[in-house]
Design a protein around this ligand. Sequence first.
Ligand code: NAD
Length: 261
Amino acid sequence: MRLQGKVAIVTGAGSGIGRATARLFAAEGARVVAADVSDAVEETVAGLDRAIAVRMDAGSEADVERVVAMACDKFGGLDIFYANAGISGGGEGIFDSSVALWTEVLRVNLIGPALAIKHAAPRIVERGRGAILCTASVAGLRSGAGGPAYSASKAGVINLVQTAAQQLSTSGVRVNTICPGLIETGMTQRAFDYARDNGKQDKLGQLNPLRRAGRPEEIARVALFLASDEASYVNGQAWVVDGGLSSSHPVTRQLFGKTSF
Ligand code: NAD
């Protein structure tokens, strides 16, 4: 019960990382507002005692304000906001990416977390301490893990949490982001399905030294730590959870004299 008595909002809670995190937060004692643009968020809270589902657009200021107010009205305050909702924007390269695509990806993936900080922080301050989390990506660290708009949006999130942590100095609110590597979720399902259909499932996640893709629960457990008071001295950081993918330049792997384990 590491979040006993806490009130948490999780966006993008209708699928993948957000769903796993909303359920873990609830299992750890939090009262949870599971928020998503999709009706699937109802399924996330099915069977949970202390969780409610709400439909919202994480890139809409009115919706973010409404969800924060709802959490405070329903549960008496706010301790944690996990701004996790995101879209990939597809695989278009820089010459094929329209202004409309750039605008929508930045609206959801970058302006959404900025709005979460803007509207959640003043309410968390009232509690004396708390945490805001975002989901960036290894795509925000360097090129090669997403389209140009997606990658730039995630790089922006990493900088956003650094700036927000500074601006919330002495407030008691910590602001961090997680940078997942390849995780099997709704966002990546097509790639996983394609690989399985073509007998290539062993190829997925092979670039990291653990040689597998991650599961949403493996991100949720890091989110739990960062959201909890156990992470009381972690602030303004991008926590990479990628099986070691970003720990090396692209070189031929050395396996201590063996070709494989
Ligand atoms: P997912 O598609 O399974 O879940 C994303 C959820 O966000 C969906 O339920 C979707 O309906 C919701 N959503 C989309 N736009 C929204 C909006 N405007 N308002 C509210 N909800 C919205 O994918 P996921 O992998 O669980 O994605 C969660 C986060 O993790 C995203 O920010 C994504 O960019 C990030 N991420 C994912 C991976 C990966 O490999 N899956 C890697 C790095 C980062």
